[in-house]
Design a protein around this ligand. Sequence first.
Ligand code: PEP
Ligand code: MG
Length: 328
Amino acid sequence: RQAVYAGLRDVQPTTRDGTRIQVMINAGLRDDVANLNLTGADGIGLFRTEFQFLVSATLPQRERQTRLYRDVIDAAGERPVIFRTVDIGGDKTLPYLRHDDGEGEENPAMGWRALRVALERDGLLKVQARSLLEAAAGRKLNVMFPMVAEPWEFDAAKAVFDNQLAYLRRRKKVLPEAIRYGVMLEVPALAEQLDLLAPRISFLSIGTNDLTQFLFAADRAHPKLAERYDWLSPAILRFVRRVVRDLAGSGVDISVCGEMGGRRLEALALLGLGIRRMSITPAAVGPIKELVGKVDLGEITAAMERWLSAPPPDLRAALSAWAAERDI
Ligand code: PEP
Ligand code: MG
């Protein structure tokens, strides 16, 4: 199978009925970028910038951040890279960034993390914004904010970038050729305000890892709960379908960047819900490209519609049988 997947490296994933699907990779370290060429992925749909922070003994200074981001953009060439601003806090704590009270948290996943930290410690986000803007001088930049729950949080984070951009402009520095801003949809509350958010953003990426944990109120790291709820449950699938519908015609690009998209049956379901771009773990690119080539979008879309109107007792089993019948 490895040989089959390697053979798919230069194949552009296209469904049987002719729709090109974007298959991108998740990354976080400089070395991960090599996976772009190894897999032939369409870009980096999620670059987890906190990895540099997590492997450092001290807060990474601006020059070090800029160097990393520039190297990543260089290596990606024409392929897009979506940089997610730091998602630290929660379970990813940094010894050098102490919580205000110095105490642990009862519920770190829904605690002081990600954009919540970045907006309060805005020095952190300022440095990151400057680093990203400088690293992308003369090139395209895509910035994504994690754990956005309310549209104003997006506005506040973008304002930090706007300020840094204005600063660089005054200093007559070379600016990025284009900047696109987007959010991760991980907090269900944001889905209730997509109409308010849509005019402000260029793209939205559904983070199914955190989204699942929050939809089911089930800790993603808890050994008894991590596998308890199925990604192929009507709750998750209807949620995704609804996001796709709500954003239809808005011009906002939608993708999925959680682990869900890297599993074959889950990816099949996502295609049936209208998802056309996925960012997945590099090892899954070959299998997902192979899957895409076997799928008829019209068929899977009709099947998903049927299953979500009247869900069978075991949707996973139904989807699995459906796929097997078609040699998918
Ligand atoms: C997610 O929550 O789905 C996601 C992609 O982000 P992370 O796994 O880094 O929390
Ligand atoms: Mg997340």
